[in-house]
Design a protein around this ligand. Structure first.
Ligand code: ARG
Length: 458
């Protein structure tokens, strides 16, 4: 135990079991070693350690991580409260008295969160890379489907025709925002708090900038009390995870719908679907269903930490140990979901002409026809009424819009001309769009080109 001498009795075994974080903070081992090495170098630079002692500490810490990775050293869960104390004791076992100097002017309160900050920075980088990989896959798919028509929906009712490429590009935009939130999180974690001590710094003149420099933090925190209490950047990390999972979940939901017999729009690769133990014909989209399902636990992790934080007095309280499990879990869940979504996108086959016939001459084109009337001088509200009447007439007569004759159109308003049919075909409906950000075929192609440049696809 790190605090032995003041106590008459050993810490209770069940209390240790209850309070130990070792089973999960062992994930921080690599970062904890780095932090200790930087701290020891700094202690040597200000004369607290001799250079010989520092050398012993550096070698001892290197050996600990090597032995851990080889499996020849395993921190004992029945003995230690956390990874920090396990490493400190192992160091003293390995190198003797020099090991006892490592914790000078340091508390686990500033140590643990320095580790976490480094872990978050690395995790943001990994997630950003996997987001970019997913964006690339989506762009590759979009490129093949600039002309694949599908209904665009509002209220899950067919609204206006769009292309699959246009639909997919919406997800590329969402992922781009997810990346920005992770960049923001990276920056909020990018501050070195080591040297804050338990809560009030140290009487020893630590060179905090030297520690920050070695650990590649871009700045040093200003207030020790805040430094050991602050978990905002973990909450930012969890929230970046919330929103990214929400995006992946919406995408999953659409993939699930599109694979249904009723939609019959896409097929997921056999290698990513499962069968039923009872119904021989079934092919189930379990992977997107699980991504959708796992979104719940990620939201839960976020809310859990926010709740832990809400009434903590300054500064460190042991409640703060509850910050880690959800953080690891959200990272794993989001990272695996990004990887699986990427694999799904690569595996899917699209039934390209599924909607072409249905869109040709369909009521989904009535808004474009109202625009047509407006360009012929009819007021929009009147055009809307006229189109309402036309839809009613066509429905009653069981006909599509391109099956009505020009005579019939002229009965509704004489401004209709032969060129009305240009607005009614599946062939031309996307070409007719003019606004920036619309599914206009050329604009979508241009947008795909721009993404390819931005994402470095050649
Ligand atoms: N396991 C602790 C945590 O994760 C480390 C810090 C312990 N500090 C303390 N004063 N008991 O928060």
């Amino acid at each position: 135990m790190l605090w032995g001498s003041r106590f008459d009795k050993q810490f209770d075994k069940t209390a240790l079991e209850f309070s130990s974080s070792l089973s999960f903070d062992v994930n921080l081992i690599e970062w904890d070693i780095k932090v200790s090495k930087a701290h020891a170098n700094m202690l040597a630079s200000i004369g607290i350690l001799t250079s010989n002692e520092n050398d012993q500490i550096q070698t001892g810490l290197d050996n600990i991580i090597t032995n851990y990775n080889k499996g020849t050293w395993k921190p004992d869960k029945n003995k230690f409260e956390d990874i920090h104390s396990a490493i400190e004791e192992e160091l003293t076992n390995l190198i003797g008295d020099a090991g006892k100097k490592l914790h000078t002017a340091r508390s686990r309160n500033d140590q643990v969160i320095t580790d976490v900050r480094l872990w978050i920075k690395d995790s943001c980088k990994i997630l950003i890379k996997n987001i970019i990989d997913l964006q690339k896959s989506i762009i590759n798919l979009a490129e093949q489907h600039a002309k694949t028509l599908m209904p665009g929906y509002t209220h899950l009712q067919r609204a206006q025709p769009i292309s699959l490429a246009f639909h997919l590009l919406a997800y590329v935009e969402m992922l781009e925002r997810d990346k920005k939130r992770l960049e923001f999180t990276f920056n909020s974690a990018d501050e070195c708090i080591l040297g804050s001590g338990a809560l009030a710094g140290s009487t020893i003149k630590l060179d905090r900038n030297l520690v920050a420099k070695q650990l590649e933090f871009s700045s040093v925190s200003r207030n020790a009390l805040d430094s050991v209490s602050n978990r905002d950047f973990i909450i930012d990390f969890l929230n970046a995870g919330n929103i990214a999972m929400m995006h992946l979940s919406r995408f999953s939901e659409e993939l699930i719908i599109w694979t249904s017999y009723e939609w019959n729009f896409i097929k997921l690769g056999d290698e990513f679907t499962t069968g039923s133990s009872l119904m021989p014909q079934k092919q189930n989209p379990d992977i997107p269903e699980l991504i959708r399902g796992k979104t719940g636990r990620v939201y839960g992790n976020y809310f859990s930490l926010l709740t832990v934080m809400k009434s903590l007095p300054l500064s460190y309280n042991r409640d703060l140990q509850e910050d880690k499990e959800g953080m690891f879990d959200s990272f794993e869940t989001l990272n695996n979901s990004l990887i699986m979504m990427n694999a799904l996108i690569g595996s899917l086959e699209v039934n390209k002409n599924r909607f072409t016939k249905e869109i040709d001459g369909s009521f989904m084109l009535t808004t474009d026809l109202a625009d047509y009337l407006v360009t012929k001088g009819v007021a929009f509200r009147e055009a809307h009424n006229i189109l309402g009447e036309i839809v009613k007439y066509a429905t009653d007569n069981n006909r599509k819009l391109n099956e009505l004759s020009l005579e019939e159109y002229k009965n509704f308003n004489k401004v209709f001309e032969e060129d009305v049919y240009k607005y009614l075909s599946a062939e031309t409906c996307l070409e007719n769009k003019k606004t920036i950000g619309s599914p206009n075929l050329q604009m979508v192609k241009k947008s795909i080109e721009n993404w390819k440049i931005k994402l470095g696809i050649n």
